[in-house]
Design a protein around this ligand. Structure first.
Ligand code: DHB
Ligand code: MG
Length: 222
């Protein structure tokens, strides 16, 4: 019987990725471009990219909001999932990241359905108010601002909107009351908000795998 160790979680995740996700030239190229640009390898794991795609398709999402584009890896997954007549608005604070993402998204052949908005999400989000509601919101940006992003997800969504919040585990640090790490505090605040804010019904799952020990929250706007 194998042991539950980070090395085994990684091997198992690699096996699942190979088996169920496989390889894709456009996604591989997006990751290579991200690495060449010196951006951190903090995109979602392949199995999670596919999960985002499945959640978008299961919910029939046509309009998707992503907060935190990075190199466009998850953006491409979501853009494919919304189909030809769908739209993804992805917000990225760092212009250099947005340029890399834009090129990768275009090269993946889904550029026509993706708008990359450059700026601090807390400033860009209010400018989206008044547009059609988003069907799915993926939050994967600076964790300190998670509660602001959840608030906008509810405001820019509608009853039935799916909200996914990345990185809720942080190597177990979220149970450390004494943590002074602003990313941990922002994540804990977000989880408390998902529990208490009547606009959401939520759960969270821990994940282990090629990205280590982490997790995501899944919520429905009610
Ligand atoms: C970090 C951010 C992420 O979105 C992620 O998936 C992993 C790590 C970070 O900033 O440390
Ligand atoms: Mg993340």
């Amino acid at each position: 019987m194998s042991e539950s160790t980070p090395a085994n979680w990684r091997r198992t995740d690699e096996f699942l990725s190979e088996l169920l996700v496989g390889h894709d030239a456009a996604l591989d190229a997006a990751l290579a471009a991200q690495e060449d640009a010196g951006m951190p390898a903090i995109e979602v794991a392949p199995v999670s990219g596919k999960l985002l795609s499945l959640l978008a398709r299961i919910s029939g999402a046509r309009r998707v909001l992503e907060i935190g584009t990075l190199g466009g890896y998850s953006t491409i997954w979501l853009a494919r999932a919304v189909g030809d007549d769908g739209q993804v608005v992805s917000i990225e604070a760092e212009p250099a990241n947005a340029a890399v993402a834009r090129a990768s998204i275009d090269a993946a052949g889904v550029g026509d359905r993706v708008a990359v908005r450059i700026g601090r999400a807390a400033e860009v989000l209010p400018t989206l108010d008044g547009s059609e509601p988003f069907d799915l919101v993926f939050i994967d940006a600076d964790k300190q601002s998670n509660t602001i992003y959840l608030d906008w997800a509810a405001r820019l969504g509608r009853p039935g909107t799916v909200v996914i919040l990345d990185n809720i585990g942080r190597d177990g640090e979220i149970v450390n009351d004494a943590s002074a790490d602003p990313m941990v505090i922002g994540t804990r605040d977000a989880l408390r908000m998902l529990a208490e804010d009547p606009r959401f019904d939520a759960t969270a799952l821990q994940t282990v795998g090629i990205k280590g020990w982490d997790g995501f929250a899944l919520a429905l706007v009610i």
